[in-house]
Design a protein around this ligand. Structure first.
Ligand code: PGA
Length: 246
């Protein structure tokens, strides 16, 4: 486990973009696992800038997003499809057919989940997985639970997640109650994982992930067992860590 503590959100985002860009330079046909939310936004901005200024080439890159709300179609501005196209895909030269996001409108979410797992496998697995972390230490939409869900699955969202994400909706009642998410095994099978966290509201979750027991009650704690995981934190998100980890 590597821990990189940066001064602020901007620096965290630059360090994350450097890792993604490096991955693509070294392996142009990389398979990336991508995250939504406020945290990775500036990393995407930086990658778009690298694409526009020095031509970082996404033409052979394949992407798999972690999750999607159930019931939101791709043209719904609150959907993660919409988020990814607006904030990233529209502004780089990735091919439409190389973009994969779980379909939250699928009639049969179980079949969609199985299909998503099979697609990841058919592309040779994920080279680099980008993660955010929830205030409850979720990764993707793997909420605290009594067991780890291995593969892509339907999730009932925690009240804490619904409340945290309500800032993107008109009101809390509009936040979908269910989502489809990659599972912990999908994430753990990624050859490299980079988790980003900024802000003091993430400090407790980061502490649990890095210093707590490995438990499905704090899903990010499983990353302690990953062979190549890096946490890129800003000072505030790292605030609760013991001195020897800083
Ligand atoms: P955020 O979400 O980046 O919007 O804080 C992170 C997450 O819930 O995984």
């Amino acid at each position: 486990m590597r821990i990189l503590i940066t001064t602020n959100y901007e620096e965290m985002s630059i360090e994350a973009a450097k890792i993604v860009a490096g991955q693509i330079y070294l392996k142009p046909a990389s398979v990336l696992g991508l995250a939504t939310g406020s945290t990775p936004l500036k990393m995407y901005e930086n990658l778009i800038a690298v694409h526009k200024t020095i031509g970082l080439d996404f033409s052979q890159v394949t992407t798999f997003n972690l999750d999607e709300y159930i019931g939101l179609s791709a043209d719904n501005p609150q959907s993660y499809h919409y988020f990814m196209y607006e904030n990233f895909f529209k502004q780089i030269n990735i091919r439409r057919e190389n973009i994969f996001i779980p379909d939250g409108t699928a009639e049969d979410i179980f079949a969609e989940s199985k299909n998503y797992d099979a697609l990841i496998e058919s592309k040779g697995g994920i080279d680099l997985q980008i993660l955010g972390i929830g205030q409850n230490a979720h990764i993707g939409f793997n909420e605290p639970d009594i067991k780890f869900e291995a593969t892509t699955h339907k999730v009932k969202l925690d009240d804490e997640t619904i409340s945290a994400n309500s800032r993107f909706f008109k009101n809390v009642d509009e936040v979908p109650k269910f989502a489809i998410s990659m599972g912990i095994k999908n994430i753990m099978l990624a050859r490299r994982v980079v988790l980003l966290a900024n802000g003091k509201n993430k400090a407790a979750a980061v502490y649990k992930a890095l210093c707590g027991s490995v438990t499905p009650e704090a899903p990010a704690s499983i990353l302690q067992l990953h062979q190549d995981a890096t946490f890129i934190l800003d000072k505030e998100a790292a605030a609760d860590l013991p001195q020897d980890l800083k």
